[in-house]
Design a protein around this ligand. Structure first.
Ligand SMILES: [Zn+2]
Length: 282
């Protein structure tokens, strides 16, 4: 993906330097005293104070690691900016307004409107605060653990989470919450799979329009996205971690399903074809 030098989104809450007790990056003790003083003088806000709460201890990064991490953060900001442009256009065309989500970058652990988040929760979208949460170490995990290399694997992840935000704006999330209260867990898992596959479809739709509007995606990028979708399908993950596959507990869809819906979104760019809930849909 051609991304360097392009617009980076401002809708990013970068907490990476904060989760390690607030001392790892940025000013150390003096910085904290300054923020505290600012807060006591009434110029700060509650976020400043919350960010001081020490969380999980983190390893200090080397200069090279930090540079790589910052590069990844820039990439994510560019992708987020592209999702803003694409979804603003799509919503405008529907006569609606797209409300941009905030993306929280964190390291190790942070708090969200949906509870505490850690690297092990993986990237997620919280409908309560309408924010996307990503620990950038997931990019490394995608590469090393799941064999999904290339920058576009991470673009797919961001676009998938933003896809959940789109579902929220379109009322799908709310419907799902109602269903969750009415059916058994096994039954709900089936709906959850459909929800996830639709987020994959929306990620594909985003890629379709991003290419159309900006001409920044090459065919290899799509392969990288498909490799990532393949790598993080429930069946692959279960096989890897449990040694067996239990379809009842699938909550994201199989590798084949995830690839199918991403590709369908990318090829059609047509929102109306994304009803993953329809009877008989793959
Ligand atoms: Zn998801």
């Amino acid at each position: 993906m051609q991304w360097q030098g392009r617009r980076e989104s401002d809708n990013v809450d970068d907490r990476r330097g904060i989760s390690g007790g607030g001392l790892a990056v940025g000013g150390g003790v003096i910085g904290i005293i300054f923020i505290l003083a600012k807060f006591l003088l009434g110029n700060g806000d509650i976020n400043d104070l919350q960010q001081l709460v020490p969380q999980q201890q983190q390893q200090e990064m080397t200069v090279e690691q930090k540079a790589a991490d910052d590069k990844e953060a820039s990439f994510v900001r560019v992708v987020l900016a592209d999702t803003e442009d694409v979804w603003t256009k799509i919503f405008n065309d529907m006569g609606r307004t797209y409300t941009k989500p905030t993306l929280v970058l964190f390291r190790d652990a942070t708090t969200s409107g949906c509870g505490n988040a850690s690297s092990s929760s993986g990237p997620f979208y919280c409908p309560v605060d309408q924010e996307v949460y990503i620990d950038l170490s997931f990019a490394k995990q995608l590469r090393d653990q799941f064999g999904a290399s290339g920058d576009f694997a991470m673009a797919y992840v961001v676009a998938h989470e933003v896809g959940h935000h789109v579902q929220d704006l379109l009322g799908v999330t709310k419907k799902m919450q109602q269903i969750q209260q009415q059916v058994s867990e096994t039954e709900y898992n089936k709906y959850s799979v459909r929800l996830e596959l639709q987020a994959d479809f929306y990620a594909g739709v985003w890629a379709h329009y991003d290419q159309k509007m900006k001409n920044v995606i090459d065919p290899n990028d799509i392969n990288e996205a498909l490799t990532a979708a393949n790598a993080i399908g429930d069946d692959r993950l279960q096989q890897e971690y449990q040694g067996t596959v239990t379809p009842d507990s699938f909550t994201h869809g199989t590798s084949a399903q995830r690839m199918y819906w991403f590709r369908k979104g990318y090829e059609t760019g047509d929102l109306s074809q994304g009803n993953t809930f329809a009877a008989g849909s793959y």
